[in-house]
Design a protein around this ligand. Structure first.
Ligand code: HEM
Length: 274
C-alpha cells in the first residue's frame, strides 16, 4: 500500500472484481516522496499508472510488443538460466528468483551480455515504483540507463516496463511455484492492488470520496482483472515453466524452506539427488 496514505476500504470478492473495472477508480498517483527525475518520468509514462484513453493507448502498444515474444523461447531461456545453478551444489531458489526472471528476459531481448546491469537497474525501479522507497540518484541513473539501452525501440518505455513488472512479480511466482511443485506447504495468500477514487464512487455497499485510496484483494485473480489485468501472464507462466523444467531434469529436491508472513518462500534450499 502507498506510503503516507491509508486505504479507507478493502474490496474483496465480487466487489474487488467490480472495483478493478470501475471507471472512477484510477491507479494511485505518484506519491509525494517520489520526486521529479528520470524514474518519476518513467513511472508517469507507464501504462500501469495511466487511466482512461491514455491507458488504452499505452496498453495496446505494450500488448502488441508482448505478442511478438515467442513463449517457447522464454521457457527455453529460463530453463538455461536456471540450469546454471544446477551444477550439483545446493541452490537457494528464493535467492535465484531475484536474478532468473531478469536474466531470462535479457536473453529473450538478445541482451544476455548486459543481464546483470539490467537486473540491477530493474531492481532499482522495483524498489522505488513498486515498493515505494524514495528515489535516489541510483534510481534515476537506472531509469536513464534503461531508457538509453532501449533507445532504438519504437517506445523504450515498453520493454523497460516489462523488465520492471517482471522483477518482483516473477520472483514471487517462481518461488511460490517451486515450493508448490516440490512440497505441500500452503500457497501464499492473495496479493493486493490499490486505486484512488477520482469522484464519489460506490462499490457494493461502500462509498468512497474523491482522493481516497482503496485496497483491492486479488484473491482468485492473481493476475488482476479489468482494463489493467496483467498482460504478462503467459510470459510469466512460460518463464516459470522453464524453471520447473530445469529443476525436474536435474533431480534436485527441496531440503529446507521458510517463508515470509504472506507465505512466499524467503529461503528454499534445494539439493542434488545422490
Ligand atoms: C513477465 C512477467 C510480467 C510482466 C512483463 C508483467 C507486466 C504487467 C504490466 C505491464 C501490467 C500493467 C498493465 C496495465 O496497466 O494495463 C501488469 C499488471 C498486473 N500484473 Fe503483471 N506482469 C508480469 C508478471 C506478473 C505476475 C507473475 C503476476 C502475479 C502472479 C502479475 C500480476 C499483475 C497484476 C495483478 C496486475 C494488475 C495490477 C492492477 O490492476 O493494479 N504480473 N503486469
Amino acid at each position: 500500500m502507498m506510503k503516507g496514505m491509508e486505504a479507507v476500504q478493502t474490496f474483496t470478492g465480487a466487489d474487488a472484481v467490480q472495483a478493478l473495472s470501475h471507471p472512477k477508480l484510477a491507479p494511485p498517483p505518484r506519491p509525494a516522496h517520489f520526486t521529479d527525475g528520470a524514474a518519476a518520468e518513467l513511472r508517469d509514462a507507464m501504462a500501469r499508472f495511466a487511466w482512461t484513453a491514455e491507458h488504452a493507448e499505452r496498453r495496446s502498444v505494450l500488448v502488441d510488443f508482448v505478442d511478438t515474444i515467442d513463449l517457447a523461447n522464454v521457457t527455453q531461456a529460463a530453463a538455461a538460466v536456471m540450469a546454471e545453478h544446477l551444477d550439483g551444489t545446493d541452490v537457494d531458489v528464493a535467492a535465484a528468483s531475484w536474478t532468473v526472471p531478469t536474466y531470462t528476459l535479457a536473453t529473450v531481448f538478445g541482451m544476455a551480455n548486459q543481464r546483470e546491469q539490467l537486473r540491477s537497474d530493474a531492481e532499482q525501479l522495483a524498489l522505488t515504483i513498486g515498493r515505494n522507497h524514495p528515489p535516489t540518484e541510483q534510481t534515476n541513473a537506472a531509469a536513464t540507463r534503461l531508457m538509453t539501452v532501449f533507445a532504438e525501440h519504437a517506445d523504450p518505455v515498453v520493454p523497460v516496463s516489462l523488465l520492471y513488472q517482471n522483477h518482483d512479480a516473477s520472483s514471487q511466482l517462481m518461488r511460490s511455484a517451486v515450493l508448490a511443485a516440490y512440497t505441500n506447504a500452503a500457497p501464499p495468500g492473495a496479493g493486493r492492488t490499490a486505486r484512488v477514487a477520482t469522484s464519489n464512487v460506490t462499490v457494493g455497499t461502500a462509498t468512497v470520496q474523491p482522493g481516497q485510496l482503496v485496497a483491492i484483494d486479488l484473491d482468485g485473480m492473481p493476475f488482476g482483472a479489468g482494463p489493467h489485468r496483467c498482460p504478462g501472464q503467459e510470459l510469466a507462466n512460460s518463464l516459470v515453466a522453464g524453471v520447473l523444467q530445469a529443476l525436474n531434469d536435474s533431480g534436485y529436491y527441496v531440503d529446507q524452506h521458510s517463508s515470509d508472513a504472506n507465505g512466499y518462500p524467503t529461503r528454499l534450499i534445494m539439493k542434488a539427488s545422490q
